[in-house]
Design a protein. Structure first.
Length: 294
């Protein structure tokens, strides 16, 4: 699906003749592109490959093996290599040994929400989904400017907790591609969208009688995001508003810590950036993440 590109994509695709089905649409965003692909797919399973990201050679082979070994699965995910290639830094998003330990000899997790709280959640380029599932859960939300994939995984996991997982990296995720939606979206817009995402999924989990399963995942996701937002001193008001909005899923300890860290946002930001600089200088972090925004 060509989402309104202005380069020579169409000409390159033509050289592959009938091997590739090419669909052009006016620029509408990544969620719309995925939805176009899903609707036009003629296969039983759908998987995704975005922008300049890469599949490793055995991606589909390893995914197919998991599905074959577990015929009751309707979706599966996998590890990937996170790459800041401009800085010559790359590493698995999840330590394969850690993943294997949590999998306890299986190639699936009984509950996606529990694997999420262990920071094992896969991403769009390592997830394969049975096409008929979209008839139940709906397509990707085009009104969300960010995290449409996380929203989709939550909606699927509420109905189908069991998810396959390939512990070895099967794709390369490029973190700092210029012009991506994540880089274009302002921080306040992102926070507002995430708040909407969490709220709608809390309501859905209650409708589907799985709020108790989802709550720890929503709490973990929210705290992880707030931690990253604290690097930006100007976001303190938005963080406080978010903590108030989700008062019911945060513990009193969480709320106390958030209140303390947003009391003097400039100091908090300075300390966090100083710690981050030390960690990066001495290469103390095993995984690879984007530089925090100032």
């Amino acid at each position: 699906v060509d989402d309104g590109s202005t380069d020579n994509t169409a000409q390159i695709i033509k050289s592959y003749e009938s091997k590739i089905t090419y669909i052009y649409q006016k620029n509408a965003g990544v969620a719309a592109s995925r939805n176009t692909g899903i609707v036009n797919s003629k296969c039983d399973w759908v998987t995704f490959l975005d922008g300049d990201d890469e599949w490793l050679p055995d991606n589909l082979k390893l995914q197919a093996k998991v599905i074959k070994n577990n015929p009751d699965l309707v979706w599966s995910a996998g590890n990937c290599i996170s790459c800041l290639c401009g800085e010559n830094r790359k590493a698995p998003a999840v330590d394969p040994e850690k993943a294997k330990k949590i999998l306890t000899g299986n190639d699936y997790f009984d509950d996606y929400f529990r694997s999420f709280t262990n920071d094992i959640r896969g991403n769009s380029i390592t997830t394969i989904i049975k096409k008929q599932i979209f008839d139940q859960v709906g397509l990707f939300r085009q009104d969300l400017p960010v995290a449409q994939d996380i929203d989709m995984w939550f909606r699927i996991a509420m109905r189908y907790p069991k998810v396959g997982f390939v512990s070895e990296p099967i794709a390369i995720y490029h973190l700092n591609r210029p012009g991506t939606v994540t880089q274009k979206t302002t921080s306040n817009t992102r926070i507002s969208a995430i708040g909407d995402l969490i709220q709608q999924n809390i309501e859905l989990s209650k409708q589907l009688n799985c709020f108790d399963r989802f709550k720890p995942c929503a709490q973990y996701y929210l705290k992880r995001l707030i931690r990253s937002w604290l690097f930006q001193k100007d976001l303190a008001p938005a963080i406080k508003k978010m903590a108030t909005k989700f008062d019911s899923i945060l513990s009193w300890q969480d709320k106390t810590i958030i209140k303390a860290l947003t009391f003097s946002p400039k100091t908090t930001s300075f300390i966090l950036h100083s710690i981050s600089k030390v960690v990066r200088t001495f290469n103390l972090r095993k995984n690879v993440v984007r530089r925090p925004k100032k």
